[in-house]
Design a protein around this ligand. Structure first.
Ligand SMILES: [Zn+2]
Length: 177
């Protein structure tokens, strides 16, 4: 082939490779997890939530309590220190994840106490705070990840950033109790 042809062909291949890379590279991991999402289902439909830490995180946790309350879960914030079965704490963690949910006390195959962490180092906007908090509360209820734009249970920061549970999420939560 002549040089001109070779160059155009190379550019085309390079452009295709770049497009492929752009499509395959995951977006920043909004609501990805430092400690794993498979932390069981909280063992009661009555959630007493201790909300603390950064004020943006507290506001988002209260928003998430409202979202969970659209299901059969009866969630409310309680004073902490005190007695609770969910804690939601917002701080700056030295990691790249946005939120994490873990079980800190097991009762058989279900979890008796869950700890949610919201990472103020990586979360920026109110929408991100709300999505991350609601997403993590979904994990508290035993939800896994989704790939639909209608649900907050997606991973990644690509728009649209959804801050609510869709009908499928809600029925899944209700089925867990
Ligand atoms: Zn998740």
């Amino acid at each position: 082939m002549n040089f001109r042809h070779f160059t155009l062909r190379s550019i085309a291949i390079a452009a295709a490779a770049l497009l492929g890379a752009a499509a395959l590279t995951p977006p920043p991991a909004l609501a990805s997890h430092g400690q794993g999402a498979a932390s069981g289902i909280l063992n009661t439909v009555t959630w007493r939530v201790c909300v603390s830490g950064w004020i943006d995180g507290q506001n988002a946790s209260h928003y998430a309590i409202g979202q969970v309350s659209a299901t059969e879960v009866n969630a409310s914030s309680v004073h902490c220190p005190g007695s609770w079965n969910v804690s939601s704490y917002a701080a700056s963690y030295p990691d790249s994840w946005y939120g994490s949910t873990s079980c800190v006390r097991w009762s058989g195959s279900r979890c008796a106490e869950k700890a949610v962490k919201l990472n103020g180092r990586t979360i920026g906007t109110t929408t991100q705070w709300r999505k991350t908090a609601t997403h993590e509360f979904g994990h508290v209820a035993g939800l896994g990840h989704r790939s639909t734009n209608s649900s907050c249970m997606t991973q990644g920061a690509a728009p649209p950033i959804v801050t609510v549970f869709d009908a499928h999420d809600k029925s899944s939560i209700n089925a867990n109790y």
